[in-house]
Design a protein around this ligand. Structure first.
Ligand SMILES: [Zn+2]
Ligand SMILES: [Zn+2]
Length: 256
């Protein structure tokens, strides 16, 4: 399984992009930095865009994908919960801010959105995909992706304290989760349901207790301004727990 980090941050600059992860060139996890990272051929090659929740930084490129689909006379397969679809339809692809790509053309909408149900597995292009609810400030799911050769990753999307409630349902070899801010922002993390290294530690200890192992970790959604501070704290946490943890960067490719 090839995992390519297209965007790894929660803020966009010339050097950082919003979270988007590409699996084996065919599955995209979140759509914060998809269209600016992928050629039109690569966009048209996508078998699924899986959205975790309806915050701007995770679904921003859905309208842009729809416009490309219009001019290439095709449609883009997007998977999300009803909550995410409703947010897209009412706030964005509503015929005022942008075209109603969820409905047009009626026979084959440019954004072909399939509603997913939490905890119900489905198969796309030979991958088993399990959406699992995670704690965040709005309804959100993470995705466990299992390839036909038995490789498994779990991408949590944005999450915070209480992530451990997802552990009974997943058994990843590799965990992609978030660390938005350094430890001195713990109160913010608890209130807004994001993770700091210390908050992540609590969730990982629960994982280890339940499963008897810890997966390798890749971390995304860092605030660029505080990244050095986050990195130093994550290095210490990795030593303490004895499992590798890497802050992902735009362009990083990992083989699982
Ligand atoms: Zn969010
Ligand atoms: Zn976010």
């Amino acid at each position: 399984m090839k995992i390519q980090f297209l965007g790894a941050h929660n803020c966009e600059t010339a050097a950082t992009k919003l979270v988007s992860i590409l699996i084996d060139d065919v599955l995209a996890l979140d759509a914060g930095g998809l269209t600016s990272s992928l050629s039109i051929e690569a966009q048209l090659n996508l078998k699924a865009v899986l959205l975790t929740h309806h915050h701007y930084d995770h679904m921003r490129d859905v309208p842009a994908l729809g416009m490309n689909a219009l001019f290439y006379e095709t449609s883009v397969p997007v998977y999300a919960t009803q909550t995410v679809k409703d947010a897209l339809a009412s706030h964005w692809l509503n015929g005022a801010i942008y075209a109603s790509f969820l409905e047009r053309p009626p026979e084959s909408p440019r954004i072909k959105l399939t509603i997913i149900e939490p905890n119900q597995k489905f198969i796309i292009a030979g991958y088993e995909i399990l959406p699992v609810p995670v704690k965040h400030s709005v309804p959100a799911v993470g995705y466990q992706i299992t390839s036909s050769d038995g490789k498994t990753l779990f991408y949590t999307g944005d999450t915070g304290p209480g992530l451990a409630e997802a552990w009974p349902y997943v058994s990843p070899q590799l965990l992609i989760t978030e660390v938005t801010a350094p430890n001195r922002y713990e109160e913010f993390g608890r209130r807004m349901l994001h993770l700091t290294p210390n908050l992540l530690k609590e969730e990982l200890l629960a994982f280890q207790k339940a499963k008897g192992y810890l997966p390798a970790l890749f971390l995304v959604h860092m605030n660029p301004r505080q990244e050095k501070e986050i990195e130093a704290e994550v290095e210490q946490l990795a030593r303490e727990l004895g499992t590798p943890m890497t802050l992902a960067q735009e362009g990083l490719v990992v083989q699982l």
